[in-house]
Ligand binder design. Sequence first.
Ligand code: GDP
Length: 178
Amino acid sequence: LPEYAFIGRSNVGKSSLINMLTQRKNLAKTSGRPGKTQLINHFLINKTWHLVDLPGYGYARVSKKAKKTFQKFITDYFKERKQLVSAFVLVDARHEPQPIDLDFMIWLGEHQIPFSIVFTKLDKLKPNAIEKNIGHYKSVLLQYWEEIPPYFLTSSSKKMGGEDLLNYIDEINQSLTD
Ligand code: GDP
């Protein structure tokens, strides 16, 4: 089954987003496959695709060695996954583009792994700030890419943006079976 991976800095709102996406859905949490590390959670959605919940990166208070190990864990996942269709990189809409997120997106690009951006916690911003921040983020992205990747504006606490994201995934899945 096609697989979509969700990833972002710790505290970006990934668990909340996944809860929002998986609520009301025909959901089964499939435990780690044999031999696979417990760090990764899989959710089977509508019996048609897997949502893969990757651990948050960018812990401030871990050693360099721990960071390296963690980085390897994530990059190994992306290099090995044959079923992976696309990654969703979560970023907090309130913050400036973070080097760790941009570096990760660049790495995905270098490995021909398609990705989208999920802006989180939109409820924390006023409409004019949303426009300003997203506009700024886009202009930074355009320094690296000719086109802006697909992106989604979400708020898990306001239950906003989840349907768009799920429809986007359904459309890709549809095109895969056509
Ligand atoms: P994770 O570490 O990326 O899984 O992040 P969590 O989902 O645990 O969220 C981190 C913190 O941000 C928690 O305090 C959440 O309540 C808060 N949070 C997550 N999503 C939203 C959101 O859409 N709006 C607001 N206002 N807070 C959020």
